[in-house]
Every structure is written in structure tokens, then in C-alpha cells.
Write a protein that binds this ligand. Structure first.
Ligand code: SF4
Length: 447
């Protein structure tokens, strides 16, 4: 049997798409094996968000060939598209699949190596789902592409245009995931707030789509993977804060920079005050709200003084988590022409400063919940010492002792203390598994 191995670099959209590509390979008769094992075909879904991500993408090709020097290596994703745009090859890759066509990766492979077609077990396995390792949270892609053209970002060149997935297709996929046992879905996309009828939803806009998804029996939690500040509408806030909401009180709102002039240079559609006011409103109106973000340091116009604005915003809005990354010029973007003006050691310093501040704001935020009993989805993994790990609705990481039988379930955990970047808790009760009746019923663990 032919063996295929897959790996993904970058965002949740890429992860989702790798799973879709993997499904087509498995249905064609490939045996899916871990990336570190010997395979006949390696598929690498690459990323170009920073120069580091791009180098890692190329390094991963070398890793694949180390596992099996005779294997066929197929690459797709944003770094691949950037290379295609630059009319470059990627060393070691046999097939380069343009990013917009990545779901046809198998067809590209078979066209390049027709001999594979005959050798494959062509026993099509219709409607077969990969047995999921983690049946707790599933990514659902609802939208693709971006045409905002932030001056540092290559995505509009690798995923051009904005396309919304027809809403019925999204609803069908969520239903399938719930039937498989997933309790939470994570809505993903490049610019998900732009979801709507103008770009192909066949009816609902983003808020209406969420309300349709909420009606699906058995689904317990909906998480929004990332949303731009200017797309957090009054209606979205209402949807999140209503009593019956399945949308969790957690948003990931990229800041990128806290300085209004730099945001302008970046072509970001908000300024410092708008961002701060929005975040404060979210904390005020949504009980237990948590906030996470992405911040870039070292943009060419980010002077020492302007960097202090990012420090100010971080202190004002109390992030639970911040993904910090350093600017690197991306081919073909406006900022590419401005050069890489901030020295690497200064970028490192800025990153360290923000890292320390956001670590402190995260700990302060977590401390507020010590003593509370909170609903937690138990992830299908255990820490080294055999404890269970889970995420509360508002994205706090909790470690606690409990039976393996609760893996993948929603439980209630009393938060006893904080240890570093997670909370230690005590299992109180398990939410009853009732697929039809969503009213909260509990099975007491003790007594
Ligand atoms: S909004 Fe800006 S950063 Fe986000 S994908 Fe579009 S261009 Fe890139």
C-alpha cells in the first residue's frame, strides 16, 4: 500500500485544509502515516507569514527527504504560492500546487506521476471520516481570502479575493462533526468577519450564520478563531452575550501595533483608541471575557517612541495570550520596499518587553478566576504526570486529576490555584451527555 504523510505550517485555515487534502488521499487508497516515518509521498502545507515560517517550510522539505530520499514531495500553501509568484522552485519539491488549488493536490500529484494511479488501491471509500484523535474541538472553515492588503502581509497575494462558503455546506459539516462527538467548533477563515452573501454565503452574514449554527442539537461551544477589531459589530456582541449563546466569551483580536501612525502605515482599519475602547467594552458587557491577540514588532516605521504605544495598549487591555512575531519583509508587499529598518537585536528587545508584560497580564487575568467553578472541555491528552488538561469556555488552561472516561467531555472544574501559565483545579461534576436536550444536567462525581 502506498503511504502518504502530511504536515502543516501556519494558521488554523491551513490545518483545516490539510485535513481536507488528507481525506482525498485516504479515500484514494493511501495509507496515512506520521510525517516522521517512511512514506512514499509527503505533502507539506506551507506558510509564508514571516521569513521564519518560510524557512521552516523549506526545511520541512529536507526533513521529508531525510525520512525517505526516494519519496515524492508535494508542497502547497502560502510559501509555495509566494515561490510560484516569484517564478522560483522549492528545492526538493517534486510538485508545487498553487494555493487556490490546494484541495486538488492529489490530482496534481497523479498528473505529475501517472504511474501512481494504477498502483493505488482504487477502492473509493465514500463518506469515510478519519478517526479523530481529538474529538473535542473541530476547525470549520467558513471563509477564505483577503483583500484588505495590510502593507506587510502576503496573504492577499497568496489567497486573493474573499470567498464565503455556502452556509448549508457549513451547517452540514458542523452537524457531521457533532455526530462524531465534537463538542466545540472553531470557526476559521482568513477574514471571517467578512462572511456574507456578497461573497457566496447564499444568504446569511456572519452573525446570522452563527445563529444558524447555534441551533444544531448537541453542539455545545462555538469559538471564533480570530476577528479584526473593525468587524466586531454591535450585533456580534449581542450574539455572544445573550443568555442562550453557544459562542464562548473569548475573542482573538489582532492588534499588530498599538500606535495609530504605524497602524495607518500598516493599512490596518482601526486606530489605537478604537481598539482600546472596543476591548474595554467587551470586558464590560461579556461576563468572564478573555482576550488574545497577535502583535508584530519591528515594522519599518515603528520607532522606539511608537513602540511604547504597543506597551501602553498591552497594559490597558490585559491579554490572556499574545502571539508576538517580528516583522520581516514579504516579497511583493508595499512594506517590502521600505526595507527592514529595525535591527534584529532591537526587535528581540521589543518582543521581550511585550512578552513580559503580556505574561503578567495573563497571570493577573487567570488569578481573577481562582475559586470559581468553570465549565471545561477536557482535551484528549494528558500531561506527563497523568493529569487531565482542558480549556474553560473563556480559554483558561486548566490541569486537574480525573478519570480517563471524561476525556472529550465537558466537565465542571473548581479552580484552586494558578501555577505559571495554567490553573490547577479539582473535578466537580460532568455535564451529562444528552445530544437532544441541551439544558444543563449534571452527573455528580461524588456521592
Ligand atoms: S487583514 Fe491584513 S493581516 Fe489579515 S490577512 Fe488580510 S492583509 Fe493579511
Amino acid at each position: 500500500m502506498f503511504k502518504a504523510a502530511f504536515t502543516t505550517l501556519g494558521c488554523k485555515v491551513n490545518q483545516y485544509e490539510t485535513q481536507k487534502i488528507l481525506d482525498t488521499f485516504e479515500n484514494k487508497g493511501f495509507d496515512i502515516v506520521p510525517f516522521e516515518s517512511v512514506a512514499d509521498v509527503y505533502v507539506i502545507n506551507t506558510c509564508s507569514v514571516t521569513s521564519i515560517a518560510e524557512s521552516k517550510s523549506r526545511y520541512t522539505i529536507r526533513r521529508a527527504l531525510k525520512n525517505n530520499p526516494l519519496a515524492k514531495v508535494v508542497v502547497t500553501g502560502c510559501a509555495t504560492q509566494m515561490a510560484i509568484n516569484k517564478k522560483e522552485s522549492m528545492d526538493g519539491a517534486d510538485v508545487m500546487v498553487p494555493n487556490p488549488n490546494k484541495l486538488d493536490t492529489l490530482a496534481y500529484l497523479l498528473e505529475a506521476f501517472p504511474e501512481l494511479e494504477n498502483a493505488l488501491n482504487d477502492n473509493v471509500k465514500q463518506n469515510k471520516f478519519i478517526p479523530a484523535q481529538h474529538r473535542s474541538r473541530a476547525n470549520i472553515k467558513i471563509q477564505d481570502g483577503c483583500s484588505i492588503y495590510c502593507s506587510y502581509c502576503s496573504i492577499p497575494y497568496t489567497r486573493p479575493g474573499m470567498v464565503s462558503r455556502p452556509h448549508q455546506e457549513v451547517l452540514d459539516e458542523v452537524e457531521k462533526m457533532v455526530a462524531l462527538g465534537y463538542k466545540e467548533i472553531i470557526l476559521t477563515g482568513v477574514l471571517i468577519g467578512s462572511y456574507g452573501p456578497e461573497s457566496g454565503s447564499h444568504g446569511p452574514d456572519f452573525e446570522e450564520l452563527i445563529e444558524l449554527i447555534e441551533k444544531i442539537d448537541g453542539l455545545k461551544r462555538i469559538r471564533i478563531s480570530s476577528i479584526e477589531a473593525n468587524q466586531v459589530t454591535d450585533r456580534l456582541i449581542e450574539v455572544i452575550k445573550k443568555d442562550s449563546s453557544k459562542v464562548v466569551p473569548h475573542l482573538h483580536i489582532p492588534l499588530q501595533c498599538g500606535d495609530t501612525q504605524v497602524l495607518k502605515d500598516m493599512n490596518r482599519p482601526y486606530d489605537q483608541q478604537y481598539y482600546i475602547d472596543l476591548c474595554k467594552r467587551l470586558y464590560r458587557e461579556i461576563p468572564d471575557f478573555s482576550l488574545t491577540t497577535d502583535i508584530m514588532v519591528g515594522f519599518p516605521t515603528e520607532t522606539d517612541e511608537r513602540f511604547e504605544s504597543s506597551v501602553h495598549v498591552c497594559k490597558e487591555v490585559n491579554y490572556l495570550k499574545a502571539h508576538l512575531f517580528r516583522f520581516s519583509p514579504r516579497f511583493g508587499t508595499p512594506a517590502d520596499k521600505w526595507g527592514d529598518l529595525v535591527k534584529p537585536e532591537e526587535k528581540q528587545r521589543r518582543s521581550k518587553v511585550l512578552g513580559e508584560i503580556t505574561r503578567q497580564t495573563a497571570q493577573d487575568h487567570m488569578d481573577k478566576f481562582v475559586g470559581r467553578t468553570m465549565r471545561t472541555l477536557v482535551e484528549l491528552k494528558e500531561t506527563n504526570n497523568g493529569m487531565l488538561k482542558g480549556l474553560t469556555d473563556n480559554y483558561l488552561e486548566v490541569v486537574f486529576a480525573g478519570p480517563k472516561s471524561v476525556l472529550g467531555n465537558l466537565v465542571y472544574v473548581k479552580l484552586l490555584s494558578r501555577q505559571g501559565n495554567h490553573l490547577l483545579g479539582e473535578l466537580v461534576e460532568v455535564e451529562e451527555k444528552t445530544e437532544k436536550n441541551l439544558s444543563k444536567k449534571f452527573i455528580p462525581l461524588l456521592g
